[in-house]
Design a binder for this molecule. Structure first.
Ligand code: HEM
Length: 489
């Protein structure tokens, strides 16, 4: 019996390999060799390497090609785009309409609130949902959120940890405090007003673990990026049920005030409670985790790079001098150009999303895979196009010495084109970028105005990225410590 089973398995494997090899070869494309069932994602499926690292390997191993065919999980043929001009056409240019949908799977029946998220919605629904949110992020609207940010910064200043601390934990407490206040006008009690951490609040208890690495998060990432069937099998919900109930309660119990939800309700009077709860969910979930990760990685890179930190301190002192010591002021924050460059550089090195994934909704033709190859490709309907953000950010042809933290890159040249995709690009680009940068810059200034940040242990290794999550996370935390400094103004 056993030999027969082994024989069947072997035959199935060979058939898979033959089919795989044929698929892209038939279309005249170069594609790396893949495994049955897991395609080129074996290490990702085993939780050994992040999906961003795998895409980076495919990107790096194929110099000279504009795009590469490869196999995603479950042997799904997909295309990884390398060429800058092609990326521009897909994200911003003439092919945007052919692949405007994000390739993420969420069950809209089970995940009702998540389905209001423009990141998840597609087609006309995406357009409507995005149009509701964009007016909340104009420069003047974002400036109006500053009192919420300032209150959270005050709490943060009062409780800078004295010993070693985990930077992502501190950053999440801060961003949750900001978003709860800015969206609902509520105090999330994530930061105490005294020099000690407060006991866990409901916000922390329910939201902080949501994006943490675990075996479960690997399964969730697989179902989100690759398979609706797997999602149904494991009962995955992008927004867990208790959170959905709680968000609806919060929206029903809201009582006016100067906050994002109130502005939204006033400007779009036709929105019902369910739509408002959907938008509140989007603002909350998109609003805290990516910013917290960025703040934690920026602190980490500054701890590693003394020169950059010195330059940042000089800027904080100079700007503080011009503003009577108050950095949490709209003009002062606007003058913190090096601090902003440090954040962009941290996001280049540690993008929140290691790749953007779009789905072809209208077949279109890609140019030759390489010059003179005469291998133009008609992209089949439904094909996933992977835009490998991490690989692009670490490409030495686009960023000399790509692994070094050099905020100056973004001082000399602001992020242009598709070389920097930390917030995406084009019509789907992150609408909350200004708020994300505002809250992280304010926190960075608050923490570093009176402190230097150092690695917790001198012999500490570089932070490792977890292979188990959809949004970038560190494997074992980011451990740092502060040392007091004297301001020079
Ligand atoms: C530093 C912080 C942030 C980073 C790094 C970040 C990054 C991103 C990225 C990479 C995308 C995908 C873009 C694409 O598909 O092309 C995105 C989409 C989105 N972000 Fe952000 N984001 C941040 C903060 C925020 C904040 C604070 C909000 C709102 C409160 C927000 C709301 C959204 C929404 C609604 C989308 C979906 C847009 C669409 O598909 O039309 N983000 N973000």
């Amino acid at each position: 019996m056993l030999p027969l089973v082994l024989f069947i398995l072997l035959a199935a494997t060979l058939l898979f390999w033959k089919w795989q090899g044929n698929h892209w070869r038939r279309l005249g494309l170069v594609a790396p060799f893949g495994w049955p069932l897991v395609g080129n994602m074996l290490d990702f499926a085993l939780g050994r390497r992040s999906y961003g690292e795998i895409y980076q390997e495919i990107y790096t191993r194929n110099p000279g090609l504009k795009y590469v065919g490869f196999y995603r999980l479950f042997n799904e043929p997909a295309i990884l785009v390398r060429d800058q001009e092609l990326l521009r056409q897909i994200l911003v240019g003439r092919n945007f309409a052919d692949c405007a949908d994000n390739a993420v799977y969420v069950d809209h029946q089970r995940d009702v609130l998540a389905s209001h998220n423009p990141f998840i919605a597609n087609g006309d629904r995406w357009r409507v949902l995005r149009a509701d949110l964009v007016p909340l992020f104009t420069p003047s609207r974002v400036r109006q959120t500053l009192p919420h940010v300032a209150r959270a910064c005050q709490l943060l200043r009062d409780q800078v940890p004295l010993g070693r601390f985990e930077a992502k934990d501190l950053a999440t407490r801060y961003t949750l405090q900001v978003v709860a206040s800015a969206i609902f006008g509520l105090d999330a009690h994530c930061l105490g007003s005294h020099k000690r951490m407060v006991p866990a609040s409901r916000w922390l208890e329910w939201l902080a673990p949501l994006f943490q690495p675990s075996v479960w998060s690997l399964l969730e990432t697989m179902s989100l990026l690759h398979s609706p069937r797997l999602g149904r099998l494991i009962g995955h919900r992008y927004v867990p049920l208790p959170l959905q109930h709680w968000f609806r309660e919060l929206v029903e119990a809201r009582s006016g005030g100067d906050n994002l939800l109130q502005w939204l309700a006033e400007s779009k009077r036709g929105l019902g409670t369910e739509e408002l709860a959907g938008h509140a969910t989007t603002l909350l979930l998109e609003g805290y985790e990516t910013s917290a990760m960025l703040l934690a990685f920026a602190l980490y890179e500054l701890a590693l790079n003394e020169d950059a930190q010195r330059r940042l301190h000089i800027e904080l002192d100079e700007v503080a001098q011009r503003h009577a010591g108050n950095l949490i002021d709209p003009v002062a924050l606007g003058e913190l150009r090096y601090s902003e460059a440090a954040l962009l550089e941290a996001l280049r090195l540690h993008p929140a999303m290691q790749a953007l994934q779009k789905r072809c909704t209208k077949s279109f033709t890609l140019p030759d895979q390489k010059p003179g190859a005469s291998s133009a490709l008609k992209v089949p309907l439904g094909t996933v196009l992977v835009l490998p953000v991490q690989a692009i950010h670490l490409d030495p042809a686009l960023y000399p010495a790509p692994n070094q933290f050099r905020p100056e890159r973004f001082l000399i040249q602001p992020p242009v084109g598709c070389r920097f995709l930390g917030f995406g690009a084009g019509p789907r680009m992150c609408p909350g970028m200004r708020l994300g940068l505002l809250q992280t810059k304010a926190a960075l200034a608050t923490l570093l105005q009176d402190h230097c940040v150092l690695l917790a242990d001198e012999d500490q290794c570089r932070v490792e990225v977890s292979p188990l999550t959809f949004l970038t996370a560190s494997r074992k935390g980011i451990w740092l410590r502060f040392k007091r400094r004297t301001r020079r103004y």
